[in-house]
Design a protein around this ligand. Structure first.
Ligand SMILES: NC(=O)c1ccc[n+]([C@@H]2O[C@H](COP(=O)([O-])OP(=O)(O)OC[C@H]3O[C@@H](n4cnc5c(N)ncnc54)[C@H](OP(=O)(O)O)[C@@H]3O)[C@@H](O)[C@H]2O)c1
Length: 333
């Protein structure tokens, strides 16, 4: 496993992390009785293979993901050797609400987390500076070590940095994969200039880039990127050819490409057996020629989904209390 620094001053993390949305999620059909045990095994596997960066959020499983992840880390006795990130929901923008949510996150996880991220930009009527200054306060009070953002486009990120008084965000978590390359048009370059790490969510297009053709869960069935990637014979063909050449699975190729693009992929899973596969991406180095093949087969996704990054930006049009109500009604997104 290779390691890098998160942001320009953050902790050392593995070049690939692990996402825990799947833990306790109804959309992933994963809310059964043994979720905590499965997370325990997944964390053990991840740690053994050198993956030390884990991502969760207050909305995942209505808090269940955070609870299971924290418990697993404590049971394995590896708190000091891993880096834990969570997210406060984007509908929060008032200082009191953000600080209270972070306190609850630390309580659910059972220790002070390393990185708090604002999950998506606040409703249009809410000032970004309020969010940034509240996150800075959380750092100042010692509730977390660092803060980052998620789904902030270039303009919002520029604004966020202008708002910061004492600390700047060290990361921005955005949708990025071979089937969704919008960030490369503008955002990624700006983040590199500012020393802000790019954490890549949906790095496997929810399994489509691992070769899954038919969606199985609600999360996959409702994702247009899954649909597009799973039926893209050109891209699937190149992934198959390279997987055969390097004697790995398609997912390892898709994740290695992201690592070569200096992104930090955080694939998710409900199954311990996948972790070993994901970890192989942290060791493999694709040749320049093969990276070129992947680039050519996926260049169409630079602009296919739009030019400016806009994932989850429709949320901004919905008043905060309605967003909160909608998520609460799902009872375990
Ligand atoms: N910040 C945000 O707004 C945001 C949004 C979405 C996600 N995220 C984060 O990013 C993480 C990952 O993104 P994601 O959950 O969207 O999806 P992803 O990592 O792109 O895909 C994960 C899914 O791919 C499936 N998969 C992997 N290998 C497979 C194979 N060989 N055959 C069939 N299926 C395979 C897995 O299914 P199994 O479960 O069966 O292994 C898994 O659930 C999440 O856990 C979360 O932490 C953040």
């Amino acid at each position: 496993m290779r390691y890098i620094r998160l942001g320009d001053r953050g902790p050392k993390i593995s070049v690939i992390g692990l996402g825990f949305w799947q833990a306790g999620s109804r959309l992933w059909g994963n809310r059964g009785g043994d979720v905590a045990e499965k997370v325990y095994v997944i964390v053990g596997e991840a740690y053994n293979y050198g993956i030390n960066f884990y991502d969760t959020a207050e909305i995942y499983g209505g808090g269940l993901s955070e609870k299971c992840l924290g418990e697993a880390i404590r049971r394995h006795g590896i708190r000091d050797e891993v880096v834990v990130a969570s997210k406060v929901a984007g509908y929060r923008w008032i200082e009191h609400s953000i600080l209270k949510a972070i306190k609850r996150i630390n309580n659910r996880i059972g220790f002070k987390i390393d990185l708090i991220q604002h999950h998506w930009p606040p409703p249009l009527y809410a000032p970004i500076c309020k969010v940034i200054n509240a996150l800075e306060k959380a750092v100042d009070r010692g509730m977390v070590e660092y803060y980052g953002l998620s789904n902030y486009n270039t303009n919002l990120l520029i604004k966020a940095i202008e708002c910061s008084r004492k600390y700047e965000p060290i990361s921005n978590q955005v949708q990025y994969s071979l089937a969704y390359r919008v960030v490369e048009n503008r955002l990624k370059k700006y983040m590199e200039e500012m020393g802000i790490s790019l954490i890549a969510w949906s790095p496997l297009a929810k399994g489509a880039l691992a070769g899954l053709r038919q969606p199985k869960t609600l999360a996959q069935k409702t994702d247009p990127v899954f649909r597009k990637a799973s039926t893209d014979n050109e891209l699937q063909g190149v992934l198959r050819r390279l997987a055969d050449k390097y004697k790995v699975s398609k997912s390892v190729i898709a994740l290695s490409w992201l690592i070569s693009m200096k992104a930090i992929p955080i694939p998710g899973t409900r199954r311990p057996k996948r972790v070993r596969e994901y970890a192989r991406a942290g060791e493999l180095r694709l040749s320049g020629e093969d990276l070129e093949l992947l680039d050519r087969a996926s260049r169409k996704y630079l602009r296919y989904w739009g030019v400016e990054y806009s994932s989850l930006s429709l949320n901004r049009l919905i008043p905060g209390f309605l967003q909160q109500l909608g998520i609460a009604l799902i009872r375990g997104i």
